[in-house]
Structures are given as C-alpha cells and as structure tokens.
Design a protein around this ligand. Sequence first.
Ligand code: UDP
Ligand code: MG
Length: 325
Amino acid sequence: MTIDNFRKEIPSLAIVVPCYNESEAFSYCLSQLGECLSDLIKKKKIQPQSYILFVDDGSRDDTWTQIKAATQKCSFVRGVKLSRNRGHQIALMAGLSRADTDVTISIDADLQDDIRCIPIMVEKYSQGMDIVYGVRNDRSSDSLFKRMTANGFYWLMAKMGVQQVANHADFRLLSRRALQGLLAYKEQNLYIRGVVPLVGYPSDKVFYSRSSRIAGESKYPFRKMLALAMEGITSLTVAPLRLISVLGFLTCFLSLLGSIYVVVRKYFGEAIEGWASVEISIFFLGGVQLLCLGVIGEYIGKIYMEVKKRPKFLIQEEVRSSDSL
Ligand code: UDP
Ligand code: MG
C-alpha cells in the first residue's frame, strides 16, 4: 500500500446496532459503546458528530423505550424503530441505510464481538481500507453445536464456490463508498456477509476472540440459523441446481447399468422375481425427484419474492437527541 491511500481527514462514524428484545443487554451495550465512541472523539480519530444508531427490530420488550430514553440522555444516540420484526439482516440493512457518515461499523447488541477492535478498524480506514472485517479466531465461548454447524456451513459454502470471509459475522467497518455499493444490491434475499466481499474495494481483517453474550439469550435459535444458512446458499449460488443435474445424470446411468444386468440375467434364463427391486427403484427415484423439485421450488420461491419488489422494511419511528439536530 502506498502512502497516497492514507486518508487525512478525520471521518464521522456511525455504529449501527440491531436490537431485538435486548432489554437486558441494552444499558451495558450503550455504556460500553458510548465510552468507546467518546474515547475516539477525544483522541480526534473521529468527528464529534459521530453517533450510535440503535435499530429496534420490532422488539416485544422495552428495548425501544430504553433506546428513546437514551436519546434524551446522550447526544450521540439515535434510534430507528422498524414496523415489525424483520430479522437481523434486514434490521442491520435498515440501520445502514439511515447512516449518513463517512464510516459505519455494525455490531451486535450483545457485544460478543470485541469492541476493542473498533479503534483498530478506524485506524485501518485511515490507512486506506474501505472494508474491515471483524474475524473471530476463537469461538470457544460458542456451544459445540454452534461451532460445528458454523464450520460445516462455511465448508459447504466454499465447496459451492461462495467466497465468504470465514468466521466473520456482521461486525465490520464500511466506508461510505463501500456502503453505497452494498446498498446498490437490491435483492430481497439478504445475506449481507456474502454480498460484502462482492462489493470489492481494499479490505482488511481484524482478529479477536468472541466472548459470551453479556446478557439475555441468543435471538438466533436453530430454526433462524437454518433459515439464514438457506438464505446464504440460495442467494449466492446456483450450485444446488447444478447438483440436481449431476444427480439426475448419475441416477440415469445407474438405472441403465441395472437394466443391462436384468436383460443379461433374463438371457441366461434366470427368472427374477423382481418385485423388491422394482419397488426400491420406484421409491428411490420418487425420493430423488421430490428432493430435486424441492430445491428448484426453493429458487422459484426466491424469484417470486424478488419480482414482487416489496419494501424490505418500514420505519415506524425515528428518534435522535434534540442537541444533535
Ligand atoms: N437480532 C435482530 N432481529 C432478530 C434477531 C436478532 O435484530 O430477529 C439482533 C440481536 O438483537 C443481536 C444480533 O441481531 O443484536 C445478533 O443476535 P444474537 O446475538 O441473538 O445471535 P447469535 O450471536 O446468538 O448468533
Ligand atoms: Mg450474539
């Protein structure tokens, strides 16, 4: 990297935090991120008008009340409330689309990601990076099940040709142009961490070890994790469709071998009772066909949702402190 890439101006920063039922974690999250922000302002690493933007993703507890109260107390807090729960990825996108700063950093409300990386990310931005990925190099705080499913998923995605930054979730810095690039991806099926690498621009990584949730419980039950994985696969690759063709071809080939075998046996006069094999092949082929139809259906479903061009989210309310207006 040449010295020309260095950015001399001090950037304004928005830390975007999606929150869903984060009542228990909110106050700690606010105090930690608030401290981090004012520290960076004091050190003149970011502009004084930098802020934290909390996105309430239709929480059923008092998260929004707490966000609103925080905007009254702290000048550096802003809040956006979505009209209903739309999920982490869309909540994050909603927050990012409202940010009007030079740089955004997205982070989860449970602070499982190490906020000490934030100054390093800002530093890397000043050194010319447009995207800085927070990468976990230690997931020992996650359950064995979560680690195994996550590793299996990254492996599967890589096999299907999707380039993702392994062990990177949604803790990342985006420059304004990288964010604009990301927002230009208008797809409904949103899997942000798969799309960001497609945006390009100079990027770097910051490594940290992921800690446990500060309070409350995971808002990502297995069902939501599976949905996110499906979203990731079907929005980024058509490899499963190709796999179906390969499977179809293989099945045909095997059936041909089977037929030759049957004819040869018949030629030598050996009567085959055959019922079992007929039944098995019917079931087998029926199963393969249904599976294939299911995969194709999944993609058609996605096309259906895309062509409707529905709004991804609706904003019900937006608040910011009166001092920051
Ligand atoms: N989240 C959200 N909407 C949802 C589920 C989660 O905005 O429907 C937020 C949640 O408040 C948190 C982040 O997404 O800030 C990640 O969720 P969580 O920490 O529960 O996921 P995990 O770390 O267990 O994968
Ligand atoms: Mg978490």
